[in-house]
Design a binder for this molecule. Structure first.
Ligand SMILES: Cc1cc2nc3c(=O)[nH]c(=O)nc-3n(C[C@H](O)[C@H](O)[C@H](O)COP(=O)(O)OP(=O)(O)OC[C@H]3O[C@@H](n4cnc5c(N)ncnc54)[C@H](O)[C@@H]3O)c2cc1C
Length: 358
């Protein structure tokens, strides 16, 4: 074993994830310097171990048997303003920094672009992976460069947004190049003279209720945090969860029509029309975005549980570890039941948002 690396053994992964579910990692390194990456991979290669890169553990479901390889926890820190002018600031941030600390820092400094992504748990290195998005903003709108260690070529590289191929909850990092890159830094371009993104109805409603007609950057962050903590999402510090468990469905027009026909038979024409209209309200490029929560609700997959794995009472899209003792197998069983019910009633197959590890 490489004695110069801080390698730990049999580390409980439930303590490193927000779901607080799952078994141990055979080996674990709390990686504080990117310079240790190549030695960590050499250690894993010599021992014949797979390697998994862990950020804040807020989008993972670790299986009960744990991970029989090396878990690399990105714990690097620091950020620098690379350049700035009267219009924008380029902010380069280490992967291990907490995402919301950066969102807060940007707002405090009057930099626009990521305020609607406030209060999303996790690390900076993970935000490009699923192109984190919320309340009308996607992080890809601000990313100008992703620096990474390329495991395939064993070299450092810097990827442009085009090379990252960002889409709705996707990028190369969770599709075509899954596990190929270890992201070490992300550079964001933030605007000095931005305007509020009011494309999400719940944000507009909240601001109206506060009689806030011309929201400042700080008002936007306040609105997002208030909406996120109003009880529709469980508090990760108290109840294990990973936020939304399923992605919204992206459908071509013909698929939306087929859904309407199927639902008209299985659940009645009124529900079919409601879902069809929702699909027309939200678009992602050419595709219709049908909210997963609406599909689950319409299918009647609500209030279900498998032992201590339970659907959140106010939001059936969120699965929670009720008393902290849920098993990954129960979460998976519950998710499968919900997915099967939605397919049966609507013909649409929901994709899971968190990644299963182990
Ligand atoms: C209460 C709650 C609310 C949430 N709300 C939202 C939301 O509104 N929008 C949204 O998009 N997401 C949301 N999420 C999901 C989650 O917070 C994000 O996906 C977040 O970016 C995950 O970051 P993480 O550091 O915890 O990643 P992890 O869960 O540790 O890892 C997720 C994936 O990223 C990979 N990864 C992590 N770091 C790196 C790195 N440095 N290099 C390469 N790969 C890496 C991992 O291997 C894994 O595949 C929410 C989660 C919770 C618990």
């Amino acid at each position: 074993m490489d004695r110069t690396l801080p390698i730990q053994e049999h580390v409980s992964l439930r303590d490193w994830t927000t779901f607080r579910v799952g078994g141990p990692a055979r080996y674990f390194i709390d990686l504080r310097s990117p310079d240790d990456l190549s030695r960590a991979f050499s250690f894993a290669a010599t021992a014949g171990l797979p390697v998994f890169v862990l950020g804040g553990g807020s989008n993972l479901l670790v299986k009960d048997a744990g991970y029989h390889g090396l878990v690399l926890h990105m714990a690097t820190s620091g950020w620098t303003v690379q350049s700035e002018d009267e219009h924008a600031v380029l902010l380069r941030v280490s992967a291990g920094e907490e995402w919301d600390t950066v969102a807060e820092y940007a707002v405090q400094n009057g930099w626009w672009g990521i305020e609607n992504l406030s209060a999303i748990p996790g690390s900076v290195g993970a935000v490009p992976v699923q192109n984190v998005g919320a309340y009308g903003q996607e992080v890809s709108d601000t990313i100008i460069s992703v620096e990474a260690w390329d495991r395939q070529s064993a070299q450092w590289c810097a990827l442009t947004p085009d090379q990252c191929a960002f889409g709705y909850r996707t990028s190369i990092f969770n599709t075509s190049a899954l596990d190929r890159y270890v992201i070490t830094h992300v550079t964001f371009r933030l605007q000095r003279n931005g305007t509020p993104n009011l494309s999400h109805a719940s944000v507009v409603d909240w601001l109206q209720r506060q009689a806030c007609s011309q929201p400042s950057l700080a008002d936007m962050r306040r609105a997002i945090i208030a909406i996120r903590t109003d009880g529709r999402l469980p508090d990760v510090h108290r109840t294990g969860n990973v936020g939304s468990f399923f992605k919204h469905a992206l459908l071509r027009s013909a698929e939306l029509d087929a859904m309407r026909q199927k639902v008209a038979i299985s659940l009645g024409p009124e529900i079919a029309d409601q879902l069809y209209e929702l699909g027309h309200r939200f678009k992602a490029g050419e595709l219709h975005k049908l909210p997963a929560g609406a599909l689950i609700q319409a299918a009647g997959a609500v209030g279900w549980r498998e032992d201590q794995a339970v659907q959140h009472e106010r939001n059936p899209l969120v699965l929670v570890n009720l008393d902290g003792t849920a098993h990954a197998r129960d979460v998976i069983k519950l998710a499968d039941r919900i997915r099967d019910c939605v397919i049966e009633k609507t013909g649409i197959e929901l994709s899971m948002e968190p990644r299963i590890v182990g």
